[in-house]
Design a protein around this ligand. Sequence first.
Ligand code: ADP
Ligand code: MG
Length: 256
Amino acid sequence: MAALDARGISAWFGERKVLDRVSLTMRAGQVTALIGPSGCGKSTFLRILNRMHELVSGASLAGEVLLDGQDIYDSSRRVTDARRQIGMVFQKPNPFPAMSIYDNVISGLRLTGVKASRRDLDDLVEECLAKAGLWKEVRDRLRQPGGALSGGQQQRLCIARSLAVRPRVLLMDEPCSALDPTSTRRIEETIGELVAEVTIVIVTHNMQQAARVSDECAFFLASQGTPGAIVEYGPTSAMFDNPQDSRTYDYVHGRF
Ligand code: ADP
Ligand code: MG
């Protein structure tokens, strides 16, 4: 488990500023939910948390991201270390469709440079699929292509793939938005189990989901052309039951 601390994060695409001095502590062993209307910079913020923002041409940023006190942007640290320690699951499940379920799970291991025996790999594949709640469904067809699974199963395969490199933080960008209610429930159960060992940050548009899965919640807003910023953050129960800002109240109650 690890604490992730964003300090004074601003972000630009070319000349256009899309985040303004966002600071947020994502505590070890907790689920932090990022909520707010489309376009307020939630996905950009997530990409900054694992150094994917710098892959976008013309993108720039200011501020610090500390993983247990160490800046992931420090020039002495490798980009691949940040991306291994801080995994990402996207809205649209994106397993390698033609690659087997087994190989999908271990596909990120080349990032780690660690050599493992066949037996170790077998154990790792089982462990990660079990943690993602998929093992029982696929144990007899590990050689089938990832693309043959249902959408919800593909998303759980992507979670298993993220876990295989033993991340300390898992970022999830609307992981259930493309899924049916049953698959959504299963992912939520998985999140509840994983958080004992991985710090989780989830973007969601579903307020019931934010209330169900998160310990802390941050409300982002980009009003009238201004860059995205955090209006309010705190324990999820307080954000829903007793928000300090009327805009938070309106948003969590579906009023905009
Ligand atoms: P959210 O995830 O909250 O919907 P995003 O982080 O996707 O918001 O987008 C924040 C702002 O940045 C939006 O105005 C969006 O149009 C802009 N943006 C996002 N990605 C890019 C990009 N690759 N190039 C230029 N602008 C972008
Ligand atoms: Mg987004």
